[in-house]
Design a protein around this ligand. Structure first.
Ligand SMILES: *Cc1c(COP(=O)(O)O)cnc(C)c1O
Length: 374
């Protein structure tokens, strides 16, 4: 019987490469507190992204919380998307702010800028969109709205590492963009995250905040511990050397899905100017029933895709307020991510596509057209 196939499988470098970095840690006996390997990784990522300020932190959730905190966003409303991982929303709540959900674009599932202005009130402090699945938000329009209303923009770029938009890293927009290097993400450091920060003063504050708010004996502000360890940085350095290979293999798997599924399922549209990173392979079915029948058939063969993202987060029990997000709710009910990772065998991709087509038939279907009736 073949091994089970899950939605993702973490990339691991050859163990020798990791051991070489571990040896440096054992030689130096410095395990954390902005050590040598961490500084080396930060520098590599900063130059890879071609940004002014990049800070490596413990995870993508603390990155969001540090971003809100260092931009001084407190007790206000934050306009955000309901179609994302729950950490985007809980970070807002954790910082004692209120998420205000605005619906998404049917084409690529990112926050719909046409619906932002109606949601702005005197209490609005910021906009927090997500480059979901690595697709780019409409960064130009969002920035215009933010400038007009003097709002901060924080992008959750947890899925956007290595994606580029109009020649720039997709993480290089807004006041701060956060990212995640969790083991399930396309580039990972086991656990980890980061912040790309535009303003130098905000960057200084964030740097202090992640290390308890003090610099030696000078105590400046309240801080938290969001420093990352040398062992995580070691994994990052080892994986960084394989980034091109990871992206290339993910591209090949994704394009194999494209050719075999051939419009039988709905797929997001890639924006002009986006160099995609193949972070996920989301597919939209005709209905939730169809999704569940496909899951049943795949699960029977030991294949486990995931319902990403479900439910639409405006429906969370602990969120106050009643937000109408019909597009997000509709998409969330019938979208799934298919298995995608660098060493997923192409014959397994074929097997997955065959099973899907057996359930749904050989039709072509355009999900956004069927959406117009929502
Ligand atoms: C993974 C993820 C996060 C959280 O990142 P962690 O590193 O796991 O804390 C935040 N937002 C989105 C959209 C994510 O997918």
């Amino acid at each position: 019987m073949a091994d089970n196939i899950y939605v993702t499988k973490s990339f691991l470098p050859p163990i020798k490469e990791y051991e070489e970095y571990l040896k440096q840690i054992f030689d130096n006996c410095i395990l954390t507190n902005q050590g040598k390997l961490l500084m080396q990784l930060e520098k590599k990522i900063t130059s890879f992204l071609n940004v002014e300020n990049f800070q490596y932190v413990t995870n993508g959730t603390l990155a969001l919380q540090l971003a809100l905190d260092s931009l001084n966003i407190k007790n206000g409303e934050i306009i955000t998307t309901p179609f994302t991982y729950v950490a985007t929303t809980t970070s807002i709540l954790w910082e004692r702010c209120e998420p205000v959900f605005v619906d998404i674009e049917p084409d690529n599932f990112t926050l719909d800028p046409a619906k932002i202005e109606k949601a702005i009130t005197p209490r609005t402090k910021a906009i927090l969109p997500v480059h979901v699945f690595g697709y780019a938000c409409d960064v130009e329009t969002i920035q215009k709205i933010a400038d007009k209303h003097e709002l901060k923009v924080i992008y959750d770029g947890a899925h956007a590492f290595a994606a580029r938009y109009k020649g720039r890293s997709l993480l290089d927009f807004g006041d701060i963009t956060t990212c995640s290097f969790h083991a399930t993400k396309l580039f990972h450091t086991v656990e980890g995250g980061g912040c790309v920060v535009k303003n130098d003063i905000v960057n200084y504050r964030l740097n202090l905040a992640k290390c308890f708010g003090h610099d030696n004996d000078a105590y400046f502000q309240i801080g938290i511990n969001a420093k990352q360890s040398e062992f995580h940085a070691a994994m990052g350095l080892a994986n960084f050397g394989h980034l091109e290979e990871i992206l290339e293999k993910r591209r090949i798997v994704s394009e194999t899905y494209d050719s075999l599924l051939n419009d039988a399922v709905g797929r997001p549209k890639k924006q002009n100017g986006l160099e995609y990173n193949y972070a996920y392979y989301p597919v939209v079915f005709k209905s939730e029933e169809e999704l569940l029948s496909v899951f049943e058939a795949l699960n029977a063969e030991g294949i486990f895709p995931r319902r990403y993202f479900y439910p639409s987060l405006n429906k969370l029990s602990y969120v106050k307020g009643d937000f109408s997000c019909p597009i997000s709710e509709d998409i969330a009910s019938r979208i799934a991510c298919l298995p995608l990772y660098p060493d997923l065998a192409l014959h397994d991709v074929e097997r997955i596509c065959l099973i899907i087509r057996n359930v749904i038939g050989k039709r072509a279907f355009n999900y956004s057209v069927s959406l117009k009736s929502v």
